[in-house]
Write a protein that binds this ligand. Structure first.
Ligand code: PGA
Length: 258
């Protein structure tokens, strides 16, 4: 089974309207036609989804958001529903990012409800999991991943997994310049795939893409994505400049018979 690689950019709370538009226009010009080996996604902040979508129109680059509500509609001041995201042209949403978990206190239980609503709205979900440094140092990595996967995917049956992409993001590697070694990444990804096989079945495990995230840069992207269970990258800092993001897309284009 050949899994299509994905390179997704998470802008976080960065860039402004003009810079975001220029970045998307540049990306669109380099990704006009769909590439069989690589799917490219950008995830701007909510206010720029419209302008980003316009700049990406006619290209193969897909649009995602960075969060969505666990509710469908109603009196939830400040929240944005998955249906609204789909309505403004999003195909994807990042859920369970470590910054949502650690800074905003999101629990696996809340995340599972967000996953349910996002899938119901027709969005693809980029579900993030990953251990803290202290958890890795105390050999808790696999236990933490198991707990996050079980909790975040609670109630999500196998038939819905085709719209879920997992992102393994060791928290100690996010925004720190520290990258997991290729061995650390492959080992965690393999573990996650075996978890999917045990929880669902081998077909789901073989078909589900597992991206690596955490200080991915042009210099390390290829070696990470060459690992058999690493199916692409979720990129933070290096997605903010075309000159950093494009080489990561290019690195993916050269892999997996792409
Ligand atoms: P980073 O962020 O590439 O800046 O480490 C990755 C992420 O948080 O998705």
């Amino acid at each position: 089974m050949t899994r299509q690689l994905m390179v997704a950019g998470n802008w976080k709370m960065n860039l402004d309207r003009n810079a975001g538009r220029a970045l998307c226009a540049g990306l669109a010009s380099q990704c006009r036609a769909a590439h069989p080996g690589v799917q490219v996604v950008v995830c701007p902040p909510f206010p720029y989804l419209g302008v980003a979508g316009e700049a990406l129109a006619g290209s193969a680059v897909e649009l995602g958001a960075q969060n969505s509500s666990n509710e469908v509609s109603g009196a939830f001041t400040g929240e944005v529903s998955a249906g609204m995201l789909a309505d403004v042209g999003c195909q994807w949403v990042i859920l369970g990012h470590s910054e949502r978990r650690t800074i905003f206190g999101e629990t696996d239980e809340l995340i599972s409800r967000k996953v349910d609503k996002a899938l119901a709205a027709g969005l693809g979900v980029l579900l993030c999991v990953g251990e803290l440094l202290a958890e890795r140092q105390s050999n808790q990595t696999e236990a933490v991943l198991d707990r996050q996967m079980a909790g975040s995917l609670a109630g999500i049956d196998a038939s819905r997994l085709n719209k879920v992409v997992i992102a393994y993001e060791p928290v100690w590697a996010i925004g720190t310049g520290l990258t997991a070694s290729t061995e650390q990444a492959q080992s965690a990804h393999k573990h996650l795939r075996e978890w999917l096989a045990a929880r669902y079945n081998r077909t789901v495990a073989d078909a589900t893409r597992i991206l690596y995230g955490g200080s991915v840069k042009p210099q390390n992207a290829r070696a990470l994505m060459e690992q058999p269970d690493v199916d692409g990258a979720l990129v933070g800092g290096a997605c903010l400049k075309l000159d950093d993001f494009l080489p990561i897309v290019e690195a993916a284009r050269g892999l997996r018979g792409a």
